[in-house]
Design a protein around this ligand. Structure first.
Ligand code: ZN
Ligand code: ZN
Length: 143
């Protein structure tokens, strides 16, 4: 028999820093990877066509660069209004159908010689290399 009381947990003293205003969602940037090409300090929007990508996978973002899928539940930015803080402006522009000229110069992939706009290593080779790197990180974070 448990005799636990189910009383409310005391919220304690008021927080002087809490300002009474509308909570604006703020996002943390995507996890970093040496093979990501997206801007590292903002959260990128993943195309809704991706469905439910695996956290930790390297995927193409709305701004046509590569970022790591965050491990926390994905927010479908396409349905948010207003948009949360911390989003990639290029992704927002792409989502809204505005051209921001994010075209990168193309070059040849150093692994498979495919033409790529991802700095000398194509999307598929980056995904492969990232998966290997990511698995190593999970197995031994100090490596
Ligand atoms: Zn972006
Ligand atoms: Zn390649």
């Amino acid at each position: 028999m448990t005799t636990q009381t189910a009383g409310p947990v005391g919220a304690g003293a008021g927080h002087p820093t809490s300002i009474h205003q509308e909570q604006h969602m703020s996002l943390t940037p995507n996890p970093s990877s040496p093979f990501a090409t997206a801007t590292p300090d903002v959260r990128h929007i993943l195309p809704s066509t991706l469905g439910n990508p695996r956290p930790g996978a390297l995927v193409l973002t709305d701004c046509d660069r590569l970022a790591v899928v965050p491990t926390e539940p994905l927010t479908d930015a396409h349905s948010l209004d207003p948009l949360p803080d911390g989003l990639c402006p290029d992704c927002i522009a792409a989502m809204q159908g505005v051209s921001r000229n994010t075209e990168q110069p193309s070059s040849e992939c150093r692994e498979c010689a495919a033409v790529t706009r991802h700095d000398g290593l194509c999307v598929l080779c980056r995904m492969d290399a990232h998966d290997e790197w990511w698995a190593q990180q999970q197995a031994d974070p100090s490596a």
